[in-house]
Design a binder for this molecule. Structure first.
Ligand code: PLP
Length: 410
């Protein structure tokens, strides 16, 4: 008899974005003339930049000729891309990595979900709350998260609240955690971490022999000079941290699929006997078996982001989104709302007025202003009482949505 992995059955059936779509569709059916603007989407909307397109066309043409055709690529990714990553994303910031420490992937979701396979099922995990759902769900699937309590928390997960009260700086956990997930700039709150705060986490991990999974998917949105772009800017981080990057939000690659994971050679975890095992080799071994790589065409596309034209064009699109973020931040602040994020990230995190619940505010905004947001509670218990807006929309839609909120709230 084949038995199911019952851990999968513990996952809540309802997926946040499916719930939202259902409510929006119900509204549209009863209000067929209403023009609904979504500021809830987490996907980008602007097209790929010309430098990327040119590189992709060229790569496609190479596939047409016997001499330049490419089949299976190297499991870790092509050397040309890993070298461009090291040179531009790290050496340029004074971080020296070897291309063998870079693993090209098909996006950060896969690797942030899969990397936990390399540590035992009975490690304890700590997450900032609210959080990108992949971190917890992937631990649920393998049986590490325990059971879902009535308060919406998993029994074996340590939640580190990030709220306005603590300035979205989570406190170090008061009980032992072996694996810590951090994401900065943060999805969903749009807030960032300072170098001093990040140093606290690295030092905690060194002292407690813990492992940090650092999700830097929004690093390209950082505007302030003194905000760290990589955890490896902190001394000692190479011994304790894996870092995930993605070209999805940086360069509109959500449909192309490419990112990378950094696994430094110095990073080790222990066996029960106390022997130290380097994770770089283990991840390489895992990827050789389970990962087919991302296409040659996608990797050439990613390489083009690092050319002078590519850099300029990618920055222009990021500026476009950050302009939306500024419009939203300013309008909502003027309306007297408590607004967070949006300065170094494409997300705005808004406190609901009068302690209204996230879903209630979502519904009112939909019914009265015809604007869709994402209820904060969908990202974890500490997200209750907040909503998330994204800057990834069209600039005109974003302006129109702000006009509607002005009318609605004033
Ligand atoms: C969008 C996102 C990712 C990246 O997803 P891809 O798989 O690279 O498209 C990773 N982490 C967070 C927090 C995200 O919001």
């Amino acid at each position: 008899m084949a038995l199911v992995n019952e851990h999968f059955l513990k996952l809540p059936n309802n997926y946040l974005f499916a719930d939202i779509a259902k409510k929006v569709n119900a509204f549209k059916v009863s209000h067929p003339k209403a023009d609904v603007i979504s500021l809830g989407i987490g996907d980008v909307t602007q097209p790929l930049c010309p430098a990327v397109l040119e590189a992709m066309h060229k790569a496609v043409d190479e596939m047409a000729s016997k001499d330049t055709f490419r089949g299976y690529g190297p499991e870790q990714g092509y050397q040309f891309l890993r070298e461009a990553i090291v040179k531009n994303d790290f050496v340029a910031r004074g971080i020296h990595l070897d291309p063998s420490e870079i693993f090209v992937n098909d996006g950060a979701k896969s690797d942030t979900g899969n990397f936990q396979e390399l540590v035992r099922w009975d490690n304890s995990i700590g997450v900032t709350d609210p959080i990108y759902p992949v971190y917890i769900d992937s631990n649920v699937m393998i049986g590490r998260a325990g059971e879902l309590d009535e308060d919406g928390k998993w029994s074996n997960v340590t939640y580190m609240p990030c709220t306005a009260e603590n300035g979205f700086n989570p406190e170090l956990p008061d009980k032992r955690v072996d694996v810590i997930y951090l994401c900065y700039p943060n999805n969903p709150t749009g807030t960032v971490i300072t170098r001093d705060e990040l140093r606290k986490w690295v030092n905690y991990a060194i002292k407690n022999d813990a492992l940090i999974f650092y999700d830097a998917a929004y690093e390209a949105y950082i505007q302030d000079e003194d905000i760290p772009h990589s955890i490896y800017e902190i001394k000692g981080a190479r011994k304790v941290a894996v870092e995930f990057h993605s070209f999805s939000k940086t360069a509109g690659f959500t449909g192309i699929r490419c990112g990378y994971t950094v696994v430094p050679k110095e990073l080790t975890v222990a066996t029960l006997k106390g022997e130290r095992i380097p994770l770089n080799h283990l991840w390489y071994r895992r990827q050789c078996t389970k990962f087919n790589g991302t296409s040659y065409i996608s990797q050439r596309a990613a390489e083009a982001i690092y050319t002078p034209e590519g850099k300029e064009q990618v920055k222009a699109t990021i500026d476009y989104y950050m302009n939306n973020a500024r419009t939203m931040y300013n309008t909502l602040t003027e309306l007297g709302l408590e607004v967070y994020g949006g300065r170094n990230a494409p997300y705005i995190w808004v406190k609901t007025p009068n302690d209204m619940s996230s879903w209630k505010f979502f519904e009112q905004m939909l019914y009265e202003a015809h604007v869709v947001c994402t209820p904060g509670v969908g990202f974890g218990p500490s997200g209750e009482g907040y909503i998330r807006l994204t800057a990834f929309g069209d600039a005109d839609d974003c302006k129109e949505a702000m006009e509607r909120l002005k009318k609605w709230l004033s």
